[in-house]
Ligand binder design. Structure first.
Ligand code: UD1
Length: 365
């Protein structure tokens, strides 16, 4: 059974790593890896391949940046001949980035079965590009693998036949559990002069937060207070860096001496940073899940989440972008009433193996 697996942007790489390993260990599967090139900087891409032991992509489409339409179209144009040449039994896509829907569409239009890993997540917010990618990818997928119960419920509500949907756990958590010890050896805390439990980690890259200077300025009002209490380490995404360099907010950020911008961190350094942080502030999707496993408090500066289990049983506080609400959650996190995280079902490091096993069975039928 030949499966083309697709990875394109940074959050895909930690999901594809355990799948490639499970597929390589499964004699019935012949895996082929395609990198779309949506993310291309060394620190956004190659570093993750090396650290996570992902095999070199068999094919790199080298697509790069662009508007959503341009990026999606370029990926489709470049991916179609690859599928035609290799004639896979299935194409596998992960997550919710533009590469996910672009390659998914190419596959189904060529009559190839589509597998979606991390299916069914819904923020309910159609202004998020990722939400459109999720809804569309799920609607054309043949095999839908979910990380949490809400995913199964959402797909059921949308009328996806039950026999296509599998609750298998979280491949991103497979990667985290596998690399936790290795990450412990990272020297990043020493390099930055940080002590365990005495600093915060911040990530911000969502267009709704960083493309609108008014929203970004509001977030900085809250972050100013946090950085008065402790160092805030801010590995900065290229989108966010570009926006700061072209607006007056760049100066404001520079004036906050304890808000420390660093280059995008590699996987192991970032895991070391988050594992040992007093708290994490973010607008990412995946980091809400990683902090849940790590039992580190996470303040999510978004109005909604597609990963409700991280709030229900995990360490996540979903607070929006109003500084008052961010600081209220911050107060709670720093107090004795901070909630204690539990681990969601099946987030046990074996999701990718389950997926490989199910696929082999399904395709044997
Ligand atoms: C994409 C995903 C988002 C994910 C995020 C993680 C979509 C719709 N969005 O958003 O879901 O959370 O990745 O990072 O797919 N850039 C570089 N170097 C790189 C990558 C990007 O300089 O290696 C620049 C691009 O040229 C562009 C900007 O960063 O100007 C944004 O990149 P893009 O891939 O369009 O979207 P992200 O914001 O990264």
């Amino acid at each position: 059974m030949k499966i083309i697996s697709v990875a394109g942007a940074r959050p895909n790489f930690m999901k594809i790593a355990p799948l490639m390993e499970a597929f390589t260990n499964e004699p019935a599967i012949e895996p082929i890896l395609v990198h779309t090139g949506q993310h291309y900087d060394e620190r956004m891409s190659d570093l993750f391949f090396r650290q996570l032991g992902i095999p070199q992509p068999d094919i790199n489409l080298g697509v790069g940046g662009g508007s959503h339409a341009v990026q999606t179209a370029e990926i489709m144009k470049a991916f179609e001949p690859v599928v035609i040449e290799h004639k896979p039994d299935a194409v596998l896509v992960v997550g919710d980035v533009n590469s996910t829907i672009a390659c998914g569409l190419v596959a189904v239009k060529l009559g190839i079965k589509l597998i979606h890993v991390e299916a069914g997540l819904r923020s309910g917010d159609r202004s998020m590009p990722e939400e459109i990618n999720r809804v569309l990818t799920d609607s054309i997928s043949d095999y839908l693998f979910c990380t949490e119960h809400s995913g199964v419920d959402n797909l059921t509500r949308e009328g996806v036949p039950q026999e296509r949907v599998f609750l298998v756990g979280n491949v991103m958590i497979d990667t985290l559990l596998k690399n936790r010890q290795k990450a412990d050896t990272s020297g990043i805390l020493d390099d930055l002069g940080l002590r365990q439990g005495e600093y915060a980690v911040l990530t911000l890259h969502r267009p709704s937060n960083v493309d609108d200077p008014a929203v970004f300025a509001r977030l900085l009002n809250a972050l100013e207070v946090v950085q008065n209490d402790m160092p805030v380490i801010f590995p900065i995404h290229p989108r966010t860096r570009n926006n700061l360099s072209t607006s007056s907010l760049g100066g404001r950020v520079k004036s906050m001496s304890n808000l420390r911008l660093i280059d995008p961190a590699g996987y192991l350094d970032f895991l070391k940073l988050t594992s040992n942080a007093r708290l994490v502030l973010t607008d990412s999707g995946g980091i809400q899940e990683e902090t849940t496993i790590l039992k580190v408090p996470c303040i999510t500066m978004r109005e909604n989440t597609e990963r409700p289990i991280t709030v229900e049983v995990g360490s996540n506080y979903l607070v929006g972008t109003d500084p008052k609400n961010i600081l209220k959650a911050y107060g709670e996190v720093m107090s004795s009433s901070c909630k204690v995280a539990r681990i969601p079902p099946l987030w046990d490091g074996h999701a990718a193996e389950r997926i490989a096993e199910i696929l082999v069975k399904q395709f044997a039928e």
